[in-house]
Write a protein that binds this ligand. Sequence first.
Ligand SMILES: Nc1nc2c(c(=O)[nH]1)N[C@@H](CN(C=O)c1ccc(C(=O)N[C@@H](CCC(=O)O)C(=O)O)cc1)CN2
Ligand SMILES: NCC(=O)N[C@@H]1O[C@H](COP(=O)([O-])[O-])[C@@H](O)[C@H]1O
Length: 186
Amino acid sequence: MSLVKAAVFASGTGSNFQAIMENANLPCEISLLICDKPGARVLEKAKKFGVPTFVFKPKEYTNKEEYEKLLVEKLREADVSWVFLAGYMRIVGPTLLSAYEGRIVNIHPSLLPKFPGKDAIGQAFQAGENVTGVTVHFIDEGIDTGPIIAQEPVYILADDTEESLKDRIQKVEHRLYPRVIQKIVK
Ligand SMILES: Nc1nc2c(c(=O)[nH]1)N[C@@H](CN(C=O)c1ccc(C(=O)N[C@@H](CCC(=O)O)C(=O)O)cc1)CN2
Ligand SMILES: NCC(=O)N[C@@H]1O[C@H](COP(=O)([O-])[O-])[C@@H](O)[C@H]1O
């Protein structure tokens, strides 16, 4: 029996995509990588793993609905049932959200609801927090307001730089995200 198919959406380096691909016990097949940034390093990683990609430039479309209709077409063509956002720096609109209601998951580098949005690590670091962490959540129409699936704390050390904190946070992400996927994808 073939595995359930999933897509990863990413905009940048792709370390979470790589962690997902390197997890041998994944209960799904990553059949598509969607990226909104031509030249993003995640695309090199997708090629290495033999994962088909679809790259788009949001500015080439009239609005979010137009490009999300195309993304949904690509997802249906690839028989995708689940969508995993992994550093996808676009707000998911109603078109994509309604097509995959309750099946779009995001990873975020803070203990939501603290520090939503972009630069969550910098926000926590600048705020002088003693602890931050990682959240994996379903997405909804809000930004980082969807139901939380899992969280793990990461302590901010006295001699931390933003970079050393980011490294420790991403190590947690690379373990937590595949574990959550194993738990939710049946
Ligand atoms: N509907 C949702 N979409 C997304 C969520 C979510 O919870 N609900 N999580 C984000 C990830 N993210 C922070 O966790 C985030 C990504 C992007 C933005 C943003 O303001 N993007 C702008 C412009 C981006 C650009 O110009 O490159 C935009 O898309 O309008 C905020 C938060 C993933 N999506
Ligand atoms: N607002 C969402 C957000 O900040 N997501 C963060 O983007 C990074 C992507 O790294 P990667 O491309 O190496 O996986 C990850 O740290 C993820 O938590």
